[in-house]
Design a protein around this ligand. Structure first.
Ligand SMILES: Cc1ncc(COP(=O)(O)O)c(C=O)c1O
Length: 281
């Protein structure tokens, strides 16, 4: 096992020495939230936005935030390597209680865990990936970045077993997002992504793309997308912090456009790379 240094409850220690109690509510109930924050050359990308989402996730499930933003930065910085593109995984659970009871325990201290991993670029980015559409079987708080990911895991696994990279989730005939990504589609020349709300995670990558589209006069809108409309799209992208912008070239065995990443993706991919670079110059 890679024995890198991780952070657990105030201590930096080798991964194989980081241990939590079996009575931790994260282990027993999935009672916790997490963040994934990319770091380019040692600079955390859109750190304030990730902190804002972390604060929203914590307050939604009523876990007190154990640290302010400056303290989080101080905790995470020693885990980073200035020479690498990496991402921080940060998890906070409600903590350890002596009884297994669904209701919140009193006087519990949140468990804080953070580790850093290298970003491994997707090998087949330039050729695109395949996806399937599946029923969105998740709950009603998809805007919370909760560690309770069983539905997402089962949906992603369906995709993998069909030789696909991602499951595109559909609720009542409308596309929400991917099992671990947001979705964009180009329909009639307009770049569209479903609006924010409790049905999707407010992706940081999604917001950066919307800002880049605005700045660069790329026609765009935040609007609902039916599965029928998605099937007519000339481009489909999946976005996330670790994968960035991934073009989909096949949906449910049907080829999208000419089966190659489209021109708007090519443009946005370049804009995104240039923007990342500009954030730490
Ligand atoms: C369900 C879901 N939606 C969207 C995203 C994309 O969010 P971000 O761009 O902040 O990584 C993720 C990231 O893992 C996710 O799990």
């Amino acid at each position: 096992m890679d024995n890198k240094t991780v952070y657990l409850n105030g201590q930096y220690l080798p991964l194989n020495e980081a241990k939590i109690s079996v009575m931790d509510r994260g282990f027993l109930f999935g009672d916790g939230i997490y963040e994934v924050i990319p770091s380019y050359s040692g600079n955390l990308f859109h750190f304030q936005e990730h902190m804002e989402r972390l604060e929203n996730s914590l307050s939604s499930i009523r876990i007190p935030n154990p640290h302010d933003r400056a303290q989080w930065l101080e905790i995470l910085t020693p885990l980073l390597d200035k020479n690498l593109d990496q991402y921080i995984y940060l998890q906070i659970t409600r903590g350890v209680s002596d009884k297994r009871d669904h209701a919140f325990p009193e006087n519990v201290t949140p468990t804080v865990f953070a580790m850093c991993s290298n970003i491994v670029p997707l090998e087949n980015l330039e050729s695109g990936v395949k996806a399937i559409s599946v029923d969105d079987s998740r709950w009603e708080l998809c805007n919370v970045k909760a560690t309770t990911l069983l539905a997402n895991i089962l949906l992603r696994q369906q995709a993998v077993e069909k030789g696909c990279a991602e499951a595109i989730l559909v609720k009542d005939g409308y596309v929400t997002e991917g099992a671990a990504s947001n979705i964009f589609a180009v329909i009639d020349g307009v770049l569209i992504t479903p609006p924010q709300g409790c049905e999707i995670l407010p992706g940081i990558t999604r917001n950066v793309i919307l800002e880049l589209a605005e700045k660069n006069n790329i026609p765009h809108s935040e609007d609902i997308i039916s599965l029928d409309a998605l099937q007519t799209a000339s481009e489909i992208w999946l976005t996330s912090s670790t994968r960035e912008i991934v073009p989909v070239v096949q949906l449910d065995n049907e080829t999208i456009a000419n089966g190659k990443p489209g021109p708007i993706w090519q443009n946005m991919h370049q804009l995104f790379q240039a923007y990342k670079q500009s954030c730490h110059e």
